[in-house]
Design a protein around this ligand. Structure first.
Ligand SMILES: C[S@@+](CC[C@H](N)C(=O)[O-])C[C@H]1O[C@@H](n2cnc3c(N)ncnc32)[C@H](O)[C@@H]1O
Length: 281
């Protein structure tokens, strides 16, 4: 793999998803959402989660932190023409992409997009049958106000659904275990306020007053170094250099270790995705 392993200029926060529009490479980062969304394993685990919520035909649904609209398109197909799908995001860059990518499709609901912060949703109480935040809360320093807002705009009996990765349980094969641990753990703890984001979701739903909370854990598994996984590991290597966890030569050697594993059919990466759903009393 050949990423640009050079020290990058400081950005406002090491987690670019906190404030995407402030990033010099915002469009490129937005494109990675589409790359992830189209990875077959990712598409499968996203659809399994929507079934678990469940999202039904005719539902009125809100996605908070909708990005470029990967989930919105699945939602629109699932709820059908009698349903409605609304996406909000703080980033104008992703909303511009989502407007282009979420075109009306036969048999699917129309998708409406709005610029808004998840902690201040511009909707009346009880407006939606279901509200979702998928890989959003891990990027927030204080996620509870967003979950409370989601609960407010969900009707009594409706569902609030959260899904996040958990960077405490990423398993990746590599000949140098000590270096791999140092990079994976060191980067995750410097970038995210709560790297164990996935496993805290049921607690957040309960703290926001939701009932009948259920959890479903799914695994992203890659044995071929998919483009999404490759980008994920390259980003970890870049950040390891940026945070002084390792030097550029060692980081490149680490990436080359994965390429060697792929060549002999021995590459494995798994990452847990935790999906939690609660019912609004
Ligand atoms: C990793 S992306 C996930 C996008 C989409 N849910 C998906 O799974 O493809 C996280 C998104 O959350 C948005 N975001 C972060 N903080 C937010 C906030 N406080 N309110 C609304 N959106 C937010 C970011 O701009 C970004 O588009």
């Amino acid at each position: 793999m050949t990423p640009a392993l050079v020290r990058t200029p400081p950005t406002p926060h090491p987690d670019p998803w906190r404030d995407l529009d402030a990033q010099p490479n915002a469009e490129k980062l937005a494109a990675t959402l589409e790359l992830r969304g189209r990875t077959p394993t990712q598409a499968r685990l996203r659809r399994r989660f929507l079934g678990f919520v469940p999202i039904r035909r005719g539902d009125h649904v809100l996605e908070v932190g909708c990005g470029t609209g990967v989930v919105l398109r699945d939602l629109a197909a699932r709820v059908g023409r009698r349903g409605t799908v609304v996406g909000v995001d703080r980033s104008r860059v992703v909303l511009t992409a989502a407007r282009r990518l979420c075109r009306p499709e036969a048999g699917a609901a129309r998708v409406t997009l709005r610029a808004a912060d998840g902690a201040r949703l511009p909707f009346a109480a009880g407006r939606f049958d279901a509200t979702l935040a998928i890989t959003v809360l891990l990027h927030l320093a204080v996620p509870l106000p967003v979950v409370r807002e989601m609960a407010r705009v969900t009707r009594p009996g409706g569902r609030v659904a959260l899904q996040d990765q958990d960077f405490g349980v990423v398993a990746v094969a590599h000949p140098d275990r000590e270096l791999t641990d140092r990079i994976m753990h060191g980067v995750a703890t410097r970038v995210y306020a709560e790297p164990w984001s996935g496993r805290r979701l049921p607690g957040l739903l309960r703290d926001a007053g939701l009932e009948r909370v259920r959890l479903r854990t799914d695994v992203y598994q890659d044995t071929g170094l998919e483009p999404f996984t490759k980008t994920f590991l390259e980003r970890r290597a870049e950040n390891a250099v940026r945070f002084g966890i390792t030097d550029a030569v060692t980081a490149q050697r680490w990436l080359d270790g994965f390429t060697a594993l792929v060549a002999r059919g021995a590459f494995v990466m798994t990452m847990n995705y935790y999906g939690a759903v609660g019912v609004r009393p």
